[in-house]
Design a protein around this ligand. Structure first.
Ligand code: NAG
Ligand code: NAG
Ligand code: NAG
Length: 755
């Protein structure tokens, strides 16, 4: 996928830009959601927050964020309390999620922006917000009680089963603030908006008590397997559950009816509305309530789980073009939704303990860089991992084959491609840090498809399928052409996994593919050595772009813009095409190491020598006349850019590039930063957060490292954006560019933890 800063006029005209804000306008009651969005959106947020935030206020707060389809956030902009705004899906549509508490008979809302005409309630007052890598924790005061509302989206990278469970926790505990006892009842519901991207579609539901669990289940009446509408899945079911204590009550019905029932009575009617209807037809909601009785010291938490299960999860092309249906890993252990929900809720204390341990480790590791870095890493982790799903196939007898694990990643927002190589690559540090095995399973689907012989090109494929969750391959070879980029990325990632784990199985099994891609890099991405001395300026452009410019054309753009961009890009001549070439040198050097690991040291030495000779020639061609920086384009001494690809040289310990390159580039960035960081290159003031952090990972001074990191932190907390972490923004204004959001590439923010 390409993003060309030079075509911003095209980008700016694209209708998708404003989608970033659609649906994020947060003050409307459900019945009003479809009207006057524009005017409501323009309401200014409060200039300063009236609550404390730790470590900072991000553009959007993760609430239930575990998969591409279980991804609900609290949009912030300059700040919204938990009960100021409706939670939204990452793409912006509301996912109705409401919460009320009664304290001494007085009702307060604590979650969502409900309007309940037939009942009176106050808003609890938010006192604090804190996030960690796994949790978003709010404290709100309701009368003489403080509520602690914790959203825990587990991050269990070393446990494939737990990591694959598409559920998240909400827990609510109450504590008296005046030392006296107060009666407390807690209520929460979800709407049917969790099951579709089209609210006019009809849903059905049921509510059951199974053993110790109360569960609401809701799904579309017409299930469309493997399909999406507005990025929501269109099949499977959403579940809202709570332990079935003696005080627990439930109810389904219209939003205003069920919420009024709780507000007026402190409990639900244990009644079912069986008038199945459209999501937006008197908005059916699925309510659960608990009576905590009299509370003084902190109560035991009231626990809810929200989740979405679909099966099969992924359609994947295998040998001979057959399509394999793959299931979420956890289904190998749990044959019913009740079983997995019961296990998930029962595991809460242990899960919280593991989450706290994980959070503390990340905090400790990242704080060694800086406090800003620790915050950026913590807000990136749930977002990045939630783009992935861990799947299994079945054997011919129908049993799950637990030795056949493939992880699938949705590209998110720039488009819906499956396992895009140039999106996995920037996200790669999160896998190296949390569990390289997950990275291996991400690459496995790409390797296996290409080893099946169905992909016709001699370079690496761009992705496994145009539209998640259909990994149908590209047997016509017509995938987006980024041959040098993707080939280099695959070789680099394969080596880094082997170096990190000592597991050479991928290198052994797929050495022919890796070598084929490297041969392509040697012959096609670079000019043969004997032509260098006679390089025309045309060839020179290719050469000087080897490192600096290599990836500038690969930034993904929203799919609506993609065809326009592509046609524009193809019209600007060969230099533009060459900008996209040449993560190549690092890839060639990596293949040298791979052959060494596989025992063919003569082949290894040959590739290493080729890579080194390419570096030498590249240095000569890309030096600016002043010697102050590397140039972006041969002969254009004023051009420069972020050399983020040096991360690969450092990560793999190839030492292909001399120390002088690192120090010279670092010095240049120290005096060429805008208010919100260092531009990607001289063609525009845009930059990428992942590439800034990749650059920070090798910067030779702490000052420049911290400048880049703090720029990313400033951007994500500057109050201008209200969608999940966007990775493309303007370094001058701090404004979002194009509307990239929620993308897994923020996993690249962990780059400094991998070196
Ligand atoms: C399970 O998957 C592995 C890896 O794809 C495969 O080699 C093996 O044959 C499969 N087993 C069965 C019984 O299908
Ligand atoms: C290394 O690879 C070359 C080229 O494929 C081959 O001729 C040679 O036999 C290999 N050497 C070893 C030790 O495998
Ligand atoms: C080194 O690799 C290149 C590219 O594959 C090949 O053309 C050349 O023959 C190799 N040289 C030796 C000495 O193996």
């Amino acid at each position: 996928m390409h993003f060309d800063p030079m075509t911003t006029t095209v980008i700016d005209e694209a209708p998708s830009i404003n989608l970033a804000y659609a649906g994020l306008c947060v003050f409307q009651p459900p019945a009003m959601r479809r009207i006057s969005l524009a005017s409501i959106c323009l309401l200014p947020f409060a200039a300063a927050l009236s609550w404390t935030t730790t470590p900072f206020n991000p553009s959007s707060i993760p609430l239930a964020v575990r998969t591409p389809y279980l991804s609900t956030w609290l949009p912030q902009g300059a700040g919204a309390a938990l009960n100021d705004a409706w939670p939204t899906f990452w793409a912006g549509q509301i996912t109705g999620w409401a919460g009320f508490v009664k304290v001494d008979g007085v009702a307060y809302s604590f979650l969502g922006a409900s309007s309940v005409p037939s009942a009176t309630f106050n808003k609890a007052v938010q006192k604090s917000f804190k996030f960690t890598s796994t949790q978003s924790i709010f404290v709100l005061s309701a009368g003489a009680v403080d509520l602690t509302v914790t959203f825990l989206s587990p991050v269990e990278p070393t446990d494939l089963l737990k990591q694959s469970i598409p559920f998240s926790y909400l827990s609510v505990s109450a504590a008296s603030t005046d030392g006296k006892a107060h009666t407390v009842q807690v209520y929460s519901d979800i709407s049917a908006e969790w099951v579709s991207g089209d609210n006019s579609l009809a849903v059905k539901w049921n509510s059951t008590t199974t053993g110790s669990i109360l569960t609401h289940q809701v799904q579309l009446q017409t299930q469309n397997v493997f399909s999406e509408v507005n990025d929501h899945t269109q099949y499977g079911s959403a579940f809202y559950s709570t332990p079935n204590t003696v005080s627990a009550t439930y109810q389904t019905g219209a939003d205003v009816t069920v919420r009024a029932q709780f507000i007026n009575n402190g409990k639900l009617g244990n009644t079912l509305d069986t008038n199945f209807r459209a999501i937006n037809n008197n908005w059916p909601v699925f309510g659960l309530a608990h009576d905590l009785g009299s509370v003084t010291t902190a109560s035991a938490p009231v626990l809810f789980s929200v989740g979405h299960i679909r099966d099969p999860a992924i359609q994947y092309i295998v040998t001979g073009g057959a399509l394999q249906s793959r299931s979420s890993y956890f289904l190998s252990q749990f044959s019913t939704s009740d079983a997995v929900i019961s296990s998930f809720l029962g595991d809460y204390s242990a899960a919280l303990g593991r989450a706290n341990t994980f959070d503390a480790k990340v905090q400790s590791d990242a704080s060694k860089i800086s406090a800003d870095y620790a915050g950026v890493v913590a807000i990136s982790i749930r977002q990045s991992l939630s783009a992935n799903e861990i799947t299994l196939s079945k054997t011919s007898s129908g049993a799950f084959n637990t030795s056949d694990v493939i992880v699938f990643m949705k590209e998110i927002s720039s488009d819906g491609n499956v396992n895009t190589v140039d999106v996995i690559f920037p996200a790669w540090p999160i896998f190296l840090y949390t569990n390289p095995q997950l990275g291996k399973f991400l690459l496995e689907g790409l390797f296996r498809y290409q080893a099946s012989g169905q992909y016709p090109n001699k370079w690496s494929v761009h992705d496994l399928g145009s539209s998640y969750p259909k990994a149908l391959g590209h047997n016509d070879g017509g995938d987006e052409a980024m041959p040098v980029e993707e080939s280099g990325n695959m070789v680099i990632m394969a080596l880094s996994y082997a170096q990190k784990t000592g597991d050479l199985s991928h290198l052994q099994r797929y050495s022919a593919l890796l070598d084929q891609w490297t041969s392509f890099l040697i012959s096609d991405s670079l000019i043969p050595a004997n032509q260098i001395s006679t390089a025309s300026s045309y060839l020179g452009v290719l050469w000087v772009c080897i490192l600096i410019c290599t990836s500038r054309m690969i930034l993904p753009v929203p799919w609506r813009i993609k065809p326009i961009l592509r046609s524009k890009a193809s019209g600007v001549g060969p230099t533009m095409r060459f900008f996209n070439r040449a993560v190549g040198i690092v890839g060639i050097g990596a293949m040298g190491q791979i052959w060494n690991l596989l025992g063919n040291t003569s082949k290894g030495a040959n590739y290493t020598a080729i890579a080194k000779s390419y570096v030498t020639q590249w240095q000569t061609l890309s030096a600016s006349s002043t010697g102050a920086h590397l140039t972006l384009a041969y002969g254009n001494a004023n051009s420069w850019g972020l050399s983020y690809n040096l991360y690969g040289d450092k990560l793999l310990k190839l030492n292909l590039f001399p120390a002088s390159v690192y120090s010279q580039q670092t010095a240049w960035y120290s005096s060429h930063a805008n208010k919100f960081g260092v531009p990607l290159d001289t063609r525009h003031t845009y930059t990428k957060t992942d590439w800034e952090i990749f650059t920070a990972s090798w910067a030779t001074t702490t000052a420049v490292r911290d400048l880049l990191i703090s720029a990313v932190k400033s951007w994500v907390s500057d109050g201008q954006y209200n969608a999940p972490f966007g990775d493309l923004y303007d370094t001058v204004t701090g404004a979002v560019a194009i509307g990239f959001k929620a993308r897994p590439v923020v996993g690249g923010h962990l780059a400094l933890l991998t070196l």
